[in-house]
Design a protein around this ligand. Structure first.
Ligand code: ADP
Length: 496
């Protein structure tokens, strides 16, 4: 059994105890609590008021409450008193007050009447809460909202509809050309291009149906002047509400990027078309040139066979030149045909084991390798890549046969290696040949471009052009660097 409860005091004693308790609550409250009479003279003042405003109760009790009010807001307290006397409620009234040191503080006021024994309102007690931190946070947020370089809008989400715009920032009004009030009156759906609306309606329905919490879309929005502008729009539900009823949209003007993309796409299509035309031209021209060339060779051969006896030495030399040049022209035409075919008759891509296709190239070149007493070393392993096996075999064949052809006096030594760099494979073919003047190295990949005469080194000047096209068709690039100690390193990079 517990202690017997002390008897509950009654009458005057009880009123006194209650008043003391209430006074203690007021004293220790975190809110600044003050009371004033009907003429706004301060009558009581708690410790929190002292902390908030900086005045002690001795300093303010008996003074008019106007000492707490900024000059431009004088009259506000009298109005609050009048409203309370008239029986109105004043709650969370946000305003500004002045401290003893002259600084201002944002407060939220709640006022209540003080009645006398007859029920007459004789004064008003005011509770004030410092909201400067909350206000500052809100102001900062509003500043960020208003000053954001992207259009921001808060709008309602309703199933099957675009909803209504509640709040938009300055950039949104600038982007769309409407004022805030005008935007509040339109549905975002009306500002969406008909060709994009269906796509977005699906997304909005998923958003409203809880299937997704955000989406992003590239679409055209209508400017007030009737223009359609390309925008990147992201919409996210405001998860602070349950269930979410509003969403926030961020809108970025991407018309310039879109225009650039369209231009680029056009340029790419044009380039592709003119490249195809050029290839077609090269193909037709070389094909058609072959016929007279074959006849030319045949007549030169017949001239030699049937009338060789009646030609003097000079005549025979000239005839030899005619045959050689016809043969060279045939080689050039064949290479040109191959070059144009690389584009027009591309086989399907498959996985290419570069070590395997290098082997095939070496087998084809074996007699020349042996004849020149060359050595070909593979340093480390070679990767597999996606592409055309025949074209990679051709690439290795071209590069190795150049290394054999443009050799120095030493027996050719060719090293093939692969390394990974920034998500790409770099394949290198190093030789100890005559080397290439770096100033001229850029042009050797051009069609028919050669650095030597036919007498010095025979060739069509197509090998590296074909090699370049093969590498580029596989999304890579090719270049040459001088090798340490003489010679050249041909390198090509392919995406790994
Ligand atoms: P071609 O071999 O028929 O002359 P390419 O297009 O293969 O044509 O080469 C173009 C030119 O680049 C060659 O004429 C030569 O001057 C130079 N070149 C190519 N490969 C090498 C190499 N490995 N070393 C030195 N020079 C080279």
């Amino acid at each position: 059994m517990g202690e017997p409860k002390p008897p509950i005091p009654a009458g005057e004693e009880r009123v006194t105890i209650e008043s003391e308790h209430l006074a203690a609550i007021v004293r220790s409250s975190d809110d600044a609590i003050l009371s004033k009479d009907r003429s706004a003279i301060i009558r009581s003042w708690n410790e929190a008021a002292e902390r908030l405003y900086g005045y002690t109760s001795e300093e303010v009790v008996g003074q008019s409450v106007s000492i707490l009010i900024p000059p431009e807001r004088q009259g506000e307290e009298l109005e609050i008193v009048a409203r309370i006397v008239a029986g109105e409620r004043v709650e969370h009234y946000e305003t500004v007050r002045v401290r003893k040191d002259g600084t201002r503080v944002a407060v939220s006021l709640t006022a209540s009447p003080i009645h006398d024994a007859r029920g007459e309102v004789v004064g008003v007690s005011t509770q004030a809460r410092d909201i400067s931190l909350a206000r500052m946070a809100k102001d900062r947020l509003m500043g960020a909202f208003e000053g954001a370089p992207v259009g921001i809008a808060v709008f309602s989400v309703e199933p099957g509809a675009f909803g209504r715009l509640h709040q938009v920032n300055a950039e949104m009004t600038r982007l769309l050309g409407y004022t805030e009030e005008e935007l509040a009156a339109v549905s975002p759906g009306e500002l969406t291009h008909p060709d994009d609306a269906a796509r977005e309606t699906v997304l909005i329905e998923e958003l409203a149906g809880g299937k997704r919490s955000s989406y992003g879309i590239e679409k055209r929005s209508r400017h007030k002047d009737g223009r359609w502008i390309w925008v990147w729009l992201t919409v996210s539900l405001l998860e602070t509400e349950d269930p979410p009823r509003s969403a926030v949209a961020h809108m970025l003007d991407i018309s310039e990027r879109k225009a650039a993309e369209t231009e680029l796409e056009l340029a790419r299509a044009n380039l592709e078309r003119s490249n195809a035309e050029l290839d077609q031209f090269a193909y037709v021209a070389s094909h058609d040139l072959k016929e007279p060339l074959i006849l030319l060779s045949a007549y030169a051969r017949m001239l030699g066979e049937r009338h060789g006896d009646s030609l003097d030495e000079e005549g025979l030399t000239f005839l030899g030149h005619v045959r050689d040049e016809a043969a060279r022209m045939k080689a050039m035409i064949d290479d040109l045909l191959d070059y144009s075919r690389l584009q027009t008759r591309a086989e399907e891509a498959s996985t290419v084991d570069l070590a395997e296709v290098l082997d095939t190239a070496l087998t084809t070149l074996a007699p020349r390798i042996e004849e020149s007493q060359a050595r070909v070393d593979v340093e480390g392993s070679l990767p597999s890549v996606e592409g055309s096996p025949a074209q990679f075999e051709r690439l290795f064949r071209n590069l190795i046969s150049n290394a054999l052809k443009f050799r120095s006096d030493d027996p050719p030594v060719i090293a093939v290696s692969a390394e990974r760099e920034d998500g790409a494979w770099i394949i290198s073919l190093r030789d100890n040949g005559i080397g290439i003047d770096p100033a001229k190295a850029g042009r050797i990949f051009e069609v028919f471009h050669r650095l030597h005469s036919q007498e010095q080194y025979a060739g069509t000047g197509m090998g590296l052009a074909i090699s370049k096209r093969i590498v580029e068709r596989h999304g890579g690039r090719i270049w040459v660097e001088p090798a340490e100690g003489g010679g050249s390193v041909f390198k090509f990079a392919l995406l790994a």
